[in-house]
Design a protein around this ligand. Sequence first.
Ligand SMILES: *Cc1c(COP(=O)(O)O)cnc(C)c1O
Length: 433
Amino acid sequence: MTDYRKIILGEKDVPEAWYNVQPDLPEPLAPPLHPATREPIGPDDLAPLFPMGLIMQEMSQERYIEIPGEVREIYKMWRPTPLCRAYRLEKALQTPAKIFYKNEGVSPAGSHKPNTAVAQAYYNKQEGIKRLTTETGAGQWGAALAMGCNFFGLELQVYMVRVSYQQKPYRRSMMEVWGAKVTPSPSMTTEAGRKILEADPDSPGSLGIAISEAIEVAVKEGAKYSLGSVLNHVLMHQTVIGLEAKKAFELIDEFPNVVIGCCGGGSNLGGTALPFLKDRLDGKDIRLVAVEPSSCATLSEGLYEYDFGDSVGMAPMLLMYTLGHDFVPPASHAGGLRYHGDSPIISNLVKNGHMEVVAYHQREVFEAAITFARAEGMIPAPETSHAIKAAIDEAVKCRESGEAKNIFFNFSGHGLLDMSAYDDYLSSTMADV
Ligand SMILES: *Cc1c(COP(=O)(O)O)cnc(C)c1O
């Protein structure tokens, strides 16, 4: 088969199990630490925050974990997602490379995030939980979890980073359509929020602050907390992306030489790249690339050390690349990439030389987004555009070297609710953070 624009698998090809990379990591993960005692924590320490089903996945050494039937049925509403070939972009760039992307923007929420939101809602429901709390940056995670909670009849309280709450009013509307309650963060409704506002009444907020608020409310009010990225079980749920991609590449008898994902907490990158790690370890010619914003360059500029997952030090400490738990990144349009830390799994792979990192400034990212939109039609989310910029750079390198590589990136979400960011770019008023 050589004549294809996109490869669409059948519903039977929706994976039956998630891939857990932990047993295949070249160096084992370091345990999370208790924020107060700094001792390694066990399942019981996490029980106030998460249902046991997810805690067990977080620590599991099983290579494959079966996807529950109810979750798989919901996945089938939009999965498998297409693996697309960006012919028109290749042409525009005059590159001998082949450019592929997996379109996760086709989910109802418009991003990859429902892949874990639905699973997390399911496991909470299984254990009789009635209410969840969470944080959201750009609103993608809040929207995805609102949809997941709605499907399983759970209530949801969302703390939304204030700058995004103002910039992206329609994401708030989406969450409310799916039945969630949304509060801008920092807020006066929590101790953590009040503390931040006392020090800085104009705080734009950050994911770290919003996480603190969501955790505080979960613990005080007997709800559970849900995190949309960073944690091992979240990356595992996202491996449906890479597993489907592998199958689709097999159908056309191709294999990627470089796998690219934008990286906020690492979930879409992990979900796309981790199923290819074993191939790399087995000696295949394949590079894995994380792309982050220069304004929050955790992997490029952070330290590899234990840090709190939130801003005020209530969340467990994780060994990861971090800019410091009190780092508040400058306001940028890629709200989903503004996290001070990073997934321990992604950090581990970067530290051990199995994943490369690039960072880009905001304007060059939007320039790439426009190039992509004019060639391929689809308008990418600002976060996704980081991966697109890296894919374009790889394709240009191929033009210069004459190499016909296969470049594969994850199209983590569409940008149709980010049009004010595009206005900002097109009117040349965009700050170049
Ligand atoms: C949230 C989000 C990201 C960043 O989150 P990761 O956990 O790093 O994947 C990237 N792209 C889109 C569209 C998002 O919504």
